[in-house]
Design a protein around this ligand. Structure first.
Ligand SMILES: Cc1cc2nc3c(=O)[nH]c(=O)nc-3n(C[C@H](O)[C@H](O)[C@H](O)COP(=O)(O)OP(=O)(O)OC[C@H]3O[C@@H](n4cnc5c(N)ncnc54)[C@H](O)[C@@H]3O)c2cc1C
Length: 387
């Protein structure tokens, strides 16, 4: 093909925006259609650690390393494991020494958005339908009308992708784990004891069939997840999410056997509690190639967050797809090559995430976590667990 492909990306998450930027630096334009009304329409979630061979590599190829350095938090890479009495079981000695810098999701989104040409992202645009035309191109139907034709539509629209059913009959399945997310604002000033308990990075504790993971974010914000192995609708029945004080009370009851300094995390929490049932596509999820349509990121391979690879995988997908589209005169061959490589590349991290989810809150979950942390500290190769 001599002309540049006309590309639509559905979803302005880390995967979709990284792809848009990588295409842009290679001289290929695209339009990103995003359901959110604007960039700050909803909180983007907590801190992430980016990895050298995926998230960081994609940013480097996107020419954004300097911008990233300005928002990266190298100082918050610590890991701490305590028991339910609050005794320290494991701690990374130096929270600043790792090569997996933390970054807040909102800051990452801002960085990527700021590096795109004006008008590239169309906010408040969720396609109702994608339709193939006889010549292999696609159109997208929106409330405001039909857009296209596009030579390639990329579904980067997350775990509940609207485009995935056009390629795959699989839907994400509930993993058996539900997180209840909570936040603590201005921890250093307002809740110094809690801030000290969490330290510079991530704190974990697991006992009595419950677990807690709390992560330090930018601006002294702490984001925590109370983790339960329960039926998918349990949290909605157990906690009245219309009443923050009742959720807080319910969490204090659920963690009644834990030390007061751990339960103080709930007492310090703000009023934002969100249930997050954890879902995953099957390990090895793939589809038969269809001309003009593909997926990346969670749309292609949502997995439990315990491997800390979700955003990193999405950004690596973007890198691989952009690289092939730029280097191949045949768009369809480029997409086939991307899909083949992606299916193979993702399988190991999907299997790891599934195993990590399966061992969370198992009878010896804490011992396994401790073993994993020690092993990773010894090898210094991989950040342990939930990143
Ligand atoms: C509790 C929790 C903690 C996590 N922690 C980590 C972590 O520490 N590290 C890590 O790497 N990963 C983590 N993950 C996983 C990570 O969030 C995802 O893997 C990552 O966000 C996937 O990026 P994405 O761009 O593919 O999709 P998303 O981030 O889901 O972005 C999809 C975008 O598409 C938009 N969209 C959706 N539907 C439509 C539509 N129909 N039309 C238009 N736009 C649409 C959405 O609004 C969104 O902007 C965590 C996940 C969870 C649930």
């Amino acid at each position: 093909m001599n002309r540049l492909p006309r590309i639509a990306i559905v979803g302005a998450g880390p995967g979709g925006l990284t792809l848009a930027r990588l295409l842009h630096v290679r001289g290929i334009g695209c339009t990103v259609f995003e359901r959110d009304e604007h960039a700050l329409a909803r909180p983007q979630g907590g801190t992430l650690d980016l990895h050298e061979d995926s998230g960081l590599l994609a940013l480097e190829r996107a020419g954004l390393t300097a911008g990233f350095q300005a928002i990266a938090r190298y100082e918050d890479q610590g890991t701490r494991l305590i028991d339910k009495a609050g005794r320290l079981l494991f701690e990374e000695q130096d929270a600043t020494s790792g090569n997996r810098p933390e970054v807040d999701r909102t800051a990452l989104r801002e960085l990527l958005l700021g590096a795109l040409p004006a008008g590239c992202v169309r906010w408040g645009c969720a396609p109702q339908q994608a339709r193939p035309l006889d010549d292999g191109t696609w159109t997208l139907a929106f409330d405001h009308g039909i857009e296209g034709p596009f030579d390639l539509v990329v579904g980067a629209d997350g775990a509940w992708s609207r485009l995935r059913p056009l390629l795959s009959r699989y839907q994400p399945q509930y993993s058996g784990l539900t997180f209840v997310e909570f936040g603590i604002d201005d921890a250093d000033n307002a809740h110094p004891a809690v801030a000290q308990l969490v330290g510079r990075g991530k704190l974990s504790v697991e006992a009595d069939g419950r677990a807690l993971i709390v992560q330090r974010n930018g601006r002294a914000h702490l984001r925590g997840y109370a983790i339960f192995r329960v039926p998918a609708d349990w949290a909605e029945r157990r906690f009245d999410f219309t009443s923050p004080s009742r959720v807080r009370q319910g969490l204090l009851e659920e963690f009644a056997g834990f030390a007061p300094q751990i339960r103080a995390l709930f007492e310090a929490s703000n009023d934002s509690f969100v249930p997050r049932p954890i879902v995953a596509l099957p390990v090895g999820h793939h589809w038969v190639h269809r001309r003009g349509l593909t997926l990346l990121g969670d749309a292609a391979h949502v997995m439990s967050p315990f491997g800390g690879e979700g955003v990193n995988n999405a950004m690596r997908d973007a890198l691989e797809l952009a690289h092939r589209l730029a280097g191949n005169a045949d768009d369809d061959a480029a997409v086939i090559a991307y899909e083949m490589q992606m299916f193979e590349r993702i399988e190991a991290s999907a299997a790891q995430a599934a195993e990590a989810a399966a061992t969370q809150l198992s009878h010896d979950g804490q011992a396994l976590t401790l073993e994993t942390y020690r092993g990773h500290a010894a090898s210094r190769a991989v950040e342990p667990g939930f990143a």
